[in-house]
Design a protein around this ligand. Sequence first.
Ligand code: GAL
Length: 660
Amino acid sequence: MKTIRYGGDYNPEQWPEEVWHEDVRLMREAGVDLVSLGVFNWGLIEPTPGEYDFGDLDRVMDLLHGNGIGVCLGTPTSSPPAWLRRAHPEIRLVDYDGRVMAGGSRHGVCPSAPAYLEACASIVERLASRYGDHPAVELWHVHNEFGWAGVECFCAVSAAAFRSWLAEKYGDVDRLNRAWGTVFWGLVYRSFDQVEAPSAAPPGVNPALLLDWKRFSAEAHIACYTMQREIIARHSEAPATTNFMIPNCGDMDYFRWAEEVDVVSNNHYLIAEREDNHVELSMSADLTRSVAGGPWMVMEHSTSAVNWQPRNIAKTPGQMRRNSLAHLARGADGLMFFQWRASRAGAEKFHSAMVPHGGTDTRLWREVVDLGADLERLSGVVGADVAAEVAVVWDWESWWAQELEWRPSVDLRFRERIEEYYGSLWRQHVTVDFVRPEADLSGYRLVVAPSAYLLTDAAAKNLRGYVERGGYLLVSYFSGIVDEHDVVHPGAHPGPLRDTLGLWIEEFHPLTEGASLALDSGAVGRIWSEHLRLEGAEALAVFTEGPDAGRAALTRNRLGRGAAWYVATALDDATGLRPLLSEVLDAAGVDRPRGIPEEIELVRRGGYVFLINHGERDVEVAGIEGADALEGTAYTGAVPVPAGGVVVVRIAKERVESGR
Ligand code: GAL
């Protein structure tokens, strides 16, 4: 990709043909050079089984190509036609409670259903053979948001597929019994046939069963993807992708998914009523870049309001630009929207688009055109890496495991804890990568593990080796507790992290709802405390209240050439987490700008520094020398960043010292 790809989902089937001509004219005006086509058109291109009508699609493809607009061609398998559901009612997705999904919408089908998979293979074969060498096709957009209506299907076919998957994984049933600890409650299996899918059941279902079920369910969607990708590859050299839902779909391991796509693409929608939604956006972008291992693209975001939140708040002037350029700063090489032209009919008519119902004499359209012009000037970032010296451990399986039933406290939330650490680092202008716990950590000065409940022996060994070789590690409570089957590691918690952290835990002390505890450092803890027994670690702060009064709350263990910190409570940001992170960042030698206001997002990508002002006052950032990549202005001292504005500097020299 040489330019930043710009565009959106294009649904010409919703409009008469004369509008298509206006569309391409407007696309050119806005600098749009890529559109997603045919994402939901199965019912139109295959009106009855085995009968095809590609007339409209042929004409649109040629029209786009003739106007220099590339196509990201959808496979329409996320919206099966009504005839397919009627002919094969058994393909309908069954939810946890046994409810069967009716038609009338998209999705809602079982990813393991043979009739569905056969129909998918057949329509994809038709599409790929027809358009595989069409010059407009630059990317294949397989399906749409795998798992959107639920990743898990509890129908009989899925249950049988699960049993085969288990037989393949464990070979013999006694291995499964040992791994799952089925002697507990005598839940032992004598053959794979006896294993049931974990739909509505009395509480206390074996957590190891639940975890493998989640793995199986996600893999069923991946198999549906790879089946399509392989058909496409027989007809086309264009790369394939499918749009991820990072980080909102907790049920898919996108590190795993990323192994299967040629280009990582993601859909991100702002949570309109959340005050720090721009921080959540950054987290999504960093996580997407991390699963991609490099540049990626935004397949969908919105120009303004969506239609599915309780109150769909419009974006304020400049907000779409800030959002888009934040994705770009954090590694996106393409920025696409849902959707090109606002629909008149159907479920999404109140969703914003690049061309709103009000047409082109609108603020929104002008912002769309301006963004296109910005992107043209910023094409130098394409392919460039984002600089990050800090890594945050993120593991979807650990998220799944931690939030199964019957944990020590309902307040032990994976995402909340990660967001606390991420948010605190963000406000200190530290850009992070996310890593799997088994990843190569040697490139990072600091690794933070806010919530690593499930940790394999191999992962724990990896963390230990990282510290011994000079790395700095910060671990938060309820980490290193279980293995990949949700079985507690032998001996005291935190199992395989004991040596690395230089301590063990005698007892957990979850706090009552809303309670807090003071530490002698002036910090306040919430949610959790525990009885730590130090074996090598030194106490940096102690609880002064509660069941662990007088005992360590915060520790450091020097090990080899590095050090490992441990935090035994949920620290309040201002009094605890922020100062702690600042100290640990200093110890690890993480370079970062000091003294610039918290609402300034500062990210370095390749030879560019992005400065995004999320606040309501103008700010000057000192210490950056270079040229404004959008305006051409030369900066030799301070860079002014207006309230709500974005400045991108092509840097000659950077040493951000201060700001005001
Ligand atoms: C996404 C979906 C799009 C559109 C969008 C609206 O989840 O992929 O097709 O429905 O939401 O925000």
